[in-house]
Structures are given as C-alpha cells and as structure tokens.
Write a protein that binds this ligand. Structure first.
Ligand code: NAP
Length: 498
C-alpha cells in the first residue's frame, strides 16, 4: 500500500478528517534517518500527521532492526575514538546556541507534530537550550575522586582514585509529549559522559528529534556519536535490549512499556522516567489566589499531556469553596483551539482514541458519584478543560494517570488525610503543597512518597538541572544532566603502590 494511501486511511480516523483533503497537498517535511553520520533512506516511508487537523506534516524513512544494528555498529566505532571533554563540551555549547537561534522553527515543528500549543512549545525549546548548556558544564567537570587510602592499615603506602568512564553505547527511547527537550535530556548527558547514542523517538513525533540531530551535526558532532532510527518500536527496541554493546537504555514513556523493557534487559542499566497521577495539597492557610492561578495553568497546559500535569487537587474543607471560586473562572478562561495559534492554551489530545479514553474515564467517575464542575464535553472535536468533584478514591481519575485535560478537586479535614489520599496511587513522580506553614510543608515533603515535592509551586514545575524522577511505578532514576551523566558513566578504581 502506498504511503499516501496509508496516510489517507489514518487521517480518515482523525476527528478533523474533513480538513485532510485540503491539507494533504501542503508541504510536508521529508526526513531520512541518521546512521553513522549519513542521512539514509530505507525504501519505506511513514507519514506524521497533525493530531489537530490530520494534515501530513512529515514523511519519515521507516527503519527497523537492520538500521538499529548498523546504528549500534556505528556507535561502537565512534566510541573507539573518544572525543576529549573540552571538545564534547564545546559541541554541546554550540548546540545550545543553534537551538536558541532556530527556536521558532523548532517550536513550530513541535507544535505541528505533537499539536502542542505554541506557548508551551516555545517554553520547551527554551528549556532545551538550558539542558544542553547544563550538559556542557557537566562534560567540563566530569571527574572521579581521591580515595583516602591510609584510612585503613591495608591502604598505607598506596594512593587511589576513581575515574569516571563512559558506560558504553546508550540506547535512548523517547515519548511524544516533549519531543525535543526529552530527547535533549537523553542525548546531551550521554555526549557529556562520552557515550554514543542510538535514539528511537516516538513515532508520532520524530521530526523534532531529527531536527535536533541535524543541529548536533551542524555543531560539529562527528559521525556515529548520534544515530536516530525511527520506525517499528518492537524491532528497534529488541535490538537495543538484545545487543550486548548497548550497556544502558534510557527510557521515558509509559510505565507498562518501561517496566517490560527493564524486565527483559536484565544485564543492562535500564533507567526509567515514567508516568504520574500528580497530586497537590492546598492547606487552609495557603495563598488561594496564587494556588488557583498556578494550578489552573498547570492542570491543562498541553491538554494535560505532561507526566507531572496537575491531576488531583486536595483542598482543606474550610478553604474549599473559596478555592473553587478562584480556580473555576481561571479554568474557564483558558483558550481551547488550534495549537498553532499564539493565544491557545489547550489543544487536542495526541489521538482521538486518547480523547475517547478520557471521556470514558469521566463517565466512569460520574457514574460512581463524581460531579462535573466544568468541562466534560467537547468544544468542536476538542475536550474542554474538565474539573470533577467527589470522584471516589478508587475511580481511575483518582489513582491512574489521566494524561488529559482533567483534574479532580477533593476536600480534606487533616493534613494526614490529605497525604494519605495523595499517596493513594501506584505512581510517585512529583507532588506539591500550598501552605504558609513551614512545618506543614516539611511534614508533607517527608511523608509524600514522590521523587520531588514542590512547596507553593505547582508540582508541574521543572527546571532542567534539577534531579528529576520518580519512585514506585514512576521510575527508578533521576534525569537532569548532572545526575544522568553519573548514570551514564562507571567508576573505575585506580590503585597506585608508592
Ligand atoms: P509510550 O507509548 O510508552 O512510548 C514511549 C516510547 O516507547 C516511544 O518511542 C514508543 O515508540 C516506544 N515504545 C513503545 N513500545 C515499545 C517497545 N516494545 N520497545 C521499545 N520501545 C517501545 O509513551 P508515550 O505515549 O509516548 O508517552 C506518554 C507517557 O510518557 C506518559 O505515561 C507520561 O507520563 C510519560 N512521560 C514521563 C516523563 C518523565 O520524565 N517521567 C516525561 C514525559 C512523559 P512508538 O511511538 O513507535 O510506539
């Protein structure tokens, strides 16, 4: 079946299929794979469709096991001729500058393939500049430590130190929702650590990843250090799992796929950054204006498709009505529409099936007693920002990851009760509390079972140098260049007899 027929069939399943015939003739970017410094065709192509209007935004060479194996070969060859740290740092700095220079083009690419509103896409690009800049810093200061050998009788007369050596070829698998900056969070620390990378980006959003690869090449990265193979996740994933030369897999995506990869790759380091069902506690003494403003923005940005999108809001019963008076108008003021429009806050979900799943979860919650305070219906084909009250703790919206424009609000009587409710999920990525009581903040920070806790800030907050990652089903590692570089290097002990 030709690529064009396949894309028409896929587009027909999209909500905006009627636009498709108008859009199909517009210019779509054609992209090849990057293997061993060459842009390669495979004889097979797949189309990337806009989740908003079904137009073809890119045509990508489809790779598979063969290209993945060649990419691992190229990575191994590249690593046999290491690049000194100062040169790796300079390449990362140049990449940061190129990202900055081409920020608008990158934001448009993100927006077109992921349907991310331009406001949010621009923030993602600015964050990627920071990710590369921080990785360059880490490349420059990568060092081991001196071991105090005469601290035991056995070590007297010896000097010892550790070196940090690259772990080996890194297999990187990235999700659709931050298609540029989360690729940066894998590629930049790997290069800082001295590791070559085989990247498999999400099939919905390969254009941003290939653009990043183009910028790396332009910044002077030699052949083989970054290879990008798009196509069958199972085939490419199998090569990354089975090839012993790939010593670390860094995966960001859903918990089901991530933990399965880890189960299969028992002899590798498999670093997982997975989902969340993000809770936030609003105490009676919180600044309600500030909490309402931050939470309304962070529950619905990119239609809730962030792993730390605010999903469950627990408000002290005495402040519940006052909070809702401030929160609901801000939710209703969000602009729903075309992600390419500068004014839009909330666009579509990545696929109609995802929108339908969220609608189903709303139905499940309302049939077990939840009330819709706003939203719950479609605006054209787009799901309106939805706030539910009285959702039972075992409803999917209360404990699973919604990954859509929806949050719940629930009153509580005591901080312990709120912490218990917040912890009532298999996930543990980030959580938050709004309070003016420092003791309550610290109590929450120690009792919330999450990788990060924000105080008087939405738990959606992330700066790219932070140690970011989860516990429980949310993952097993920390990203942020300083932390990822440590994961991507091994300590080698050197002992000298004097
Ligand atoms: P996903 O469906 O798990 O896909 C993620 C990546 O895994 C894609 O590149 C996908 O390829 C690939 N993949 C799928 N099956 C595979 C297999 N058998 N072997 C190897 N790779 C495979 O996740 P998503 O829908 O793109 O992203 C949303 C999820 O990511 C949410 O759960 C979100 O919370 C999580 N997330 C977590 C973080 C974090 O830092 N903790 C950040 C962002 C997102 P295809 O696209 O080709 O299927």
């Amino acid at each position: 079946m030709s690529a064009i027929v396949q894309s028409i069939e896929r587009a027909a399943r999209l909500p905006f299929a009627r636009h498709y015939t108008l859009c199909v003739a517009t210019t779509a970017t054609e992209r090849k794979l990057l293997v061993d410094g060459e842009w390669v065709e495979t004889g097979d192509w797949f189309d990337v469709l806009s989740p908003y209007d079904g137009s073809v935004v890119g045509r990508i060479a489809r790779g598979g096991a063969d290209e993945a194996r060649r990419a691992v070969d190229a990575s191994e060859r590249a690593m046999s001729d290491p690049i000194p740290a100062h040169e790796r740092a300079a390449i990362l700095d140049r990449t940061a500058r190129l990202v900055d220079e081409r920020a608008e083009e990158i934001a448009r690419t993100i927006s077109s393939e992921a349907a991310k509103p331009m406001k949010a896409a621009r923030v993602e690009v600015a964050r990627a500049t920071s990710t590369f800049t921080m990785a360059a810093v880490e490349a420059r200061k990568l060092a081991g430590e001196v071991v105090p050998m005469d601290a035991s009788p056995a070590g007297v007369g010896k000097v010892a130190m550790t070196l940090r050596v690259p772990i080996g070829v890194v297999g990187a698998i990235s999700p659709f929702n931050f298609p540029f900056n989360l690729v940066a969070h894998k590629v930049a620390p790997a290069l800082a650590a001295g590791c070559a990378v085989v990247l498999k980006p999400a099939s919905q959003t390969p254009l941003s990843a290939l653009l990043l690869a183009e910028l790396e090449t332009e910044a002077g990265l030699p052949a083989g250090w970054l290879n990008v193979v798009c196509g069958s996740a199972a085939e490419i994933g199998d090569v990354l799992v089975e090839d012993e030369r790939v010593t670390l897999i860094t995966f960001t995506g859903s918990a089901g796929v991530g933990w399965k990869l880890r189960e299969r790759a028992v002899r590798k380091r498999v670093n997982l950054e997975l989902g969340n069902a993000t809770p936030v506690i609003v105490a009676a003494d919180a600044d309600l204006e500030d909490a309402a403003t931050r939470l309304a923005a962070n529950a619905f940005s990119f239609a809730g498709q962030s792993c730390i999108s605010v999903q469950r809001i627990y408000v002290h019963a005495s402040a519940y009505d006052a909070f809702l008076e401030r929160f609901l108008p801000r939710v209703d003021a969000l602009v729903v529409g075309d992600p390419g429009d500068d004014q839009t806050d909330v666009g579509p979900l990545i696929a109609p099936s995802e929108r339908d799943r969220v609608l189903e979860w709303i139905g499940e919650a309302t049939s077990s007693g939840a009330k819709v305070l706003t939203g719950g219906t479609l605006d054209g084909e787009l799901l309106r920002p939805t706030v539910l009250a009285d959702a039972p703790p075992d409803a999917k919206v209360s404990c699973e990851e919604v990954f859509g424009p929806l949050c719940t609000v629930t009153p509580f009587e005591s901080l312990d009760e709120a912490i218990g409710l917040a912890n009532g999920t298999r996930y543990g990525l980030q959580a938050g509390i709004f309070t003016s009581d420092v003791k309550a903040a610290l109590r929450a920070a120690s009792a919330l079972e999450f990788g990060g806790v924000t105080v008087n800030e939405a738990p959606t907050f992330r700066a790219d140098q932070m140690p970011y990652g989860g516990v429980k089903d949310s993952g097993n590692t920390r990203e942020g260049p300083a932390y990822a570089v440590r994961e991507m290097t091994e300590q080698r002990l050197v002992v000298l007899q004097l």
